[in-house]
Design a protein around this ligand. Structure first.
Ligand SMILES: NC(=O)c1ccc[n+]([C@@H]2O[C@H](COP(=O)([O-])OP(=O)(O)OC[C@H]3O[C@@H](n4cnc5c(N)ncnc54)[C@H](O)[C@@H]3O)[C@@H](O)[C@H]2O)c1
Length: 260
């Protein structure tokens, strides 16, 4: 890397943990951080995909480990951070990316379905942040937390998605709250709000078609969906030294969807 890129974006000697890092946006983010020099912990419930992701990163000359976890199981989260500490000493960068977006009819959603969406998309992020901040404070060299939210947190994106919008709005509030708490310790906390992104993660073939503003190509004012790399590039900025003075922000990577 030439020196200005290295100064702003270089992550040599840093450890990043990316949840849901085996596939889709998470893998693209993990790959970008690893290629910028970070050691990677790929945390995912899909063991096969996680091992493939790690093998690809190692082939590219990066240092990476997989950690298999169902983030919905809260008791599994602290042991994951213990393992990351054992593997690489600490966690400097946490990317809370894992999430799911099942569609449920507003009038039919059950308490169990609501709770499952909020457990994974909001509560598990909070618990990961708690664990990561403890390691960051212990290491005493600041840190970066990047929460993958959604444009749906500030503008309804699709039908049958209000439960998800509510969880992601919680992520934005959590981001700002934690940013305020830890700014004095050199730990930045930001959210990225992707718009419609062509992700390649596993899809339920029986899922109903997605309907609503974000699924309407007329609302894609750039004329296309976003790419995983366009989200990864925003993460890279926030993760590096160049992002040190940016905290508590919600950065939409949406091709102008929120303007449309
Ligand atoms: N794709 C989009 O258009 C879009 C738009 C806005 C926001 N987002 C957000 O971006 C993030 C990633 O989305 P994506 O489309 O890449 O998802 P994806 O479904 O393609 O991939 C998610 C990854 O997370 C893992 N995962 C899912 N549940 C898990 C669990 N309980 N424990 C551990 N790992 C788990 C999966 O195995 C997979 O590897 C999510 O938070 C999502 O809400 C996506």
């Amino acid at each position: 890397m030439n020196s200005i890129l290295d100064t702003f974006f270089g992550l040599q000697g840093r450890t990043a943990l990316v949840t849901g890092g085996a596939a889709g946006m998470g893998y693209g983010i993990a790959r970008a951080l690893a290629l910028a020099g970070a050691r990677l912990v790929i945390a995912d419930r899909d063991a096969q995909a996680a091992e493939i992701a790690v093998a690809k990163l190692r082939e590219a000359g990066c240092e990476a480990r997989a950690y298999i976890i169902d983030l919905s199981q809260e008791s599994e989260i602290a042991p994951m951070f213990d393992a990351a500490r054992r593997y690489f000493g600490t966690v400097d960068i946490l990317v809370n990316n894992a999430g799911s977006y099942p569609k449920y009819d507003f009038l039919q959603i059950t308490a169990e379905q609501w709770n499952a969406v909020h457990q994974l998309n909001l509560r598990s992020l909070f618990v990961c942040m708690q664990q990561a901040v403890k390691l960051m404070l212990e290491a005493g060299r600041g840190g970066r937390i990047i929460n993958i939210s959604s444009v749906a947190s500030v503008h309804p994106a699709t039908i049958a998605n209000a439960h998800y919008s509510a969880a992601k709005a919680g992520v934005n509030a959590l981001t700002r709250g934690a940013a305020l708490e830890f700014a004095g310790k050199g730990i930045t906390v930001n959210a990225i709000l992707p718009g419609p992104i062509a992700s390649d993660g596993p899809r339920d073939p029986d899922a109903p078609p997605v309907i609503g503003p974000a699924a309407n190509p007329q609302r894609w004012i750039t004329g296309r969906m976003g790419t995983i790399d366009e989200v990864a590039a925003a993460v890279l900025f926030l993760a590096g030294a160049g992002g040190a003075y940016t905290t508590g922000q919600a950065l939409a990577v949406d091709g102008g969807f929120l303007l449309s």
